[in-house]
Design a protein around this ligand. Sequence first.
Ligand code: ADP
Ligand code: MG
Length: 355
Amino acid sequence: MSRIELSDVSKRYPGGVLAVDDVSLDIKDGEFVSFVGPSGCGKTTTLRMVAGFEQPTDGAVSIGNEDVTDLPPYRRDTGMVFQSFALFPHMTVAENVAYGLEVDGGYTDAEIDERVQEMLDLVQLPDVGDRKPEQLSGGQQQRIALVRAIAPEPKVLLLDEPLASLDKKLREEMQVELRKIQQEIGITTIFVTHNQEEALTMSDRVVVLNDGQDEQVGAPSEVYDEPVNQFVADFVGTANFFTGKVSASGDGGASVDCGGVELDVERTRFDVGTDVTVIVRPEDVSLGGGPNRIEGTLEIARLLGSATEYRVETAGGQEVVSLSHARRNVEPGDDVSVTIPPEDCYVLEGTVDGS
Ligand code: ADP
Ligand code: MG
């Protein structure tokens, strides 16, 4: 088990693309860290530099306090699972799991058998060892790919969108299971996903990447509740943005003038006159009267299962999204108002347009 350290790591591909731009990270021993960001932001490239399949153009990678920057993949002691987690089709499940142990060497046949069984037990598939991969479901194959990677007891586990090909329900089950297994064996893990919900629910910390740079590194609640910029706010969940200027600020609270809508916010560290963006999560917006009441018209109500999403167009022409567990008797076209508690207004300097 080991920490992973990236120091000022950059990667420019031969064609000229700067895929990773000066990223530094310190991942603690036993930590589960997700890399999340839109397609092409550099998640896979960063992971492959940790694994050793890509060489950084600049910077250094260390695993377990050892500088591995110049070591080939097989000397870095990592276990990796890819999105296309292809098991070897001609081998049995047990042979697949044993594969890494045999490549590693140094295990007796009896030790290998024992370890394979231990791994199959770990993912609650004790009896599938003699089957061929094609005789397993997608989710079962995914579990086997995972234990194939961890059987040789690597120092770190590197997962590149391993659940992306599973359907929603199975993916959610596997999220829970994967996290349980990771905690059980305490292995330092980097998990790459483009799915923000997956990153938030599974991780100790989340690294939000954009254009090769780490925009924010923090606990899931930090990046969700206190995003450092609009990109992070927007990427890790749905966000309502209100742009305006701080119009009053004092010990009792502050106000932001958002052109026609005056929002009371609990506090702001910005001076009166500063251009700001107020960020409000949909679950903090409710239909009805109360503080920060904004009048509008219901555009659409969407039942999402346990919650309903209401999109309201304000008199000023802005769409405000509200998410509620209560179902309301309203129809598109109805006059409605929304209300936002001042303590749920999060204020960032600057406006969405980047000024
Ligand atoms: P992600 O995994 O976040 O989708 P990648 O790390 O795969 O992103 O890619 C980051 C950027 O690097 C993209 O612009 C991609 O097109 C480019 N890229 C990835 N692999 C290569 C490669 N082998 N050669 C050249 N450019 C690449
Ligand atoms: Mg990728």
